[in-house]
Write a protein that binds this ligand. Structure first.
Ligand code: ZN
Length: 362
């Protein structure tokens, strides 16, 4: 037996208690840190067992997030939570605001298994200027594959499952496909499907290929669908929903208007929503309205005040991590989720926190 609890071990036990890993290990909660990467995506999940999952890596150096860059913000967040390794890295798709710092991260911090949707599907835009072309998926994906050498790598298909500690992931979308069978508790007819028209705009083929996951933690359900677009949302929840209600939604596509259909928001009906928008990226008025009018939503949190949407289409300042671009605090939003489904969200700028009780049992 490695440890015996007896007199004389007090200092050792105290030291264990003071270590961040021990602090996480002593909890029975899921920690979710929405790292501010200025309109990119980088969200860290840590289970009670200290197992970790990072979904997306923000931007490359000197793009989007600067001083510090995305990769430095991600590593700082991991270390703040006591991690010396990321057990899993999931790249939802190959746009630069998601895969941006993956190569740097793989070179600078220990990473276990890397997950994605398989090959890049987005061809270069014709006549793109050289500076723009460098950040297109067709250029980023080969460099990412090169950096993956030596790491375990798994391409996820819709319907796949994965356990990370006590966090159970179900892949509900991947590479443009949706989960073949409805999840337990799903199957409701969604009224908003009837008036849902196809949308031509998708912001690039890779968005629609996003890996979307529903994470079950005890009774709690958390959805994170990357930059999944309107038409795939329709395939996922129309005419009958294949996902079911969730407690926490990491709002898709930074709150862009060609995602976040009313049909999706009625199917998922989150109680708490977190938007990883930037001051000038995402957080668009139609998405804000769809989320804010979702039938069970108690609170919408945002990483930034969305300047173009106006005050009436933003949540109030208390619930915004970074309310002014001129004085950007680079603050994150941290959620703690219990296995009963209670959620507490903390504003990293102010320390203000608000708790939401578990949903009534169905
Ligand atoms: Zn994005």
């Amino acid at each position: 037996m490695m440890f015996q609890f007896r007199a004389g071990w007090g200092a050792c036990l105290a030291a264990l208690c003071l270590s961040p890993m021990a602090a996480r290990a002593a909890t029975d909660t899921l920690l979710i840190d929405s790292i501010d990467v200025e309109g990119g995506a980088a969200t860290l999940y840590i289970t009670p067992e200290g197992q970790s999952l990072l979904i997306d890596t923000g931007w490359p150096a000197n793009v989007g997030a600067k001083d510090p860059d995305s990769v430095q913000r991600i590593i700082a967040a991991a270390r703040k939570h006591g991690l010396s390794k990321l057990d899993y890295l999931l790249i939802t798709h190959y746009h630069v605001d998601h895969i941006g710092s993956a190569v740097e991260l793989l070179g600078q911090f220990p990473v276990g298994t890397v997950l994605d949707h398989g090959p890049n599907r987005e061809m270069p835009a014709p006549n793109a200027p050289p500076g723009f072309a460098a950040f297109q998926p067709a250029n980023l994906y080969p460099k990412y594959l090169e950096a993956l050498r030596g790491h375990a790598h798994r391409e996820l298909k819709a319907g796949d499952t994965l356990d990370i500690g006590s966090l159970h992931l179900t892949v509900v979308t991947s590479d443009g496909a949706t989960i073949p069978k409805p999840m337990s508790g799903a199957g409701s007819a969604i009224a908003e499907c009837g008036s849902m028209k196809p949308m031509a705009e998708d912001g690039g083929e890779e968005n629609s290929r996003s890996v979307g996951v529903v994470m079950t933690f005890g009774r709690a359900r958390v959805a994170a669908l990357g930059d999944l677009t309107w038409n795939i949302e329709k395939a996922l929840v129309c005419p009958r929903d294949k996902v079911g209600p969730v407690d926490l939604l990491m709002v898709s596509h930074h709150g862009a208007h060609f995602s976040n259909s009313p049909a999706l928001l009625h199917a998922l009906s989150p109680r708490v929503a977190i938007v990883n928008n930037g001051a000038k990226k995402g957080g668009e008025a139609p998405s804000y309205d769809a989320v804010a009018h979702s039938p069970r939503v108690a609170r919408v949190w945002q990483l930034h005040f969305a300047e173009a949407a106006g005050a009436e289409h933003n949540t109030t300042e208390t619930y915004i991590a970074n309310p002014t671009a001129a004085d950007d605090k680079q603050a994150s939003l941290e959620a703690i989720v219990t296995k009963e489904g209670a959620i507490t969200v903390t504003n990293g700028r102010t320390g203000f926190k608000e708790s939401y009780p578990p949903a009534p049992r169905r």
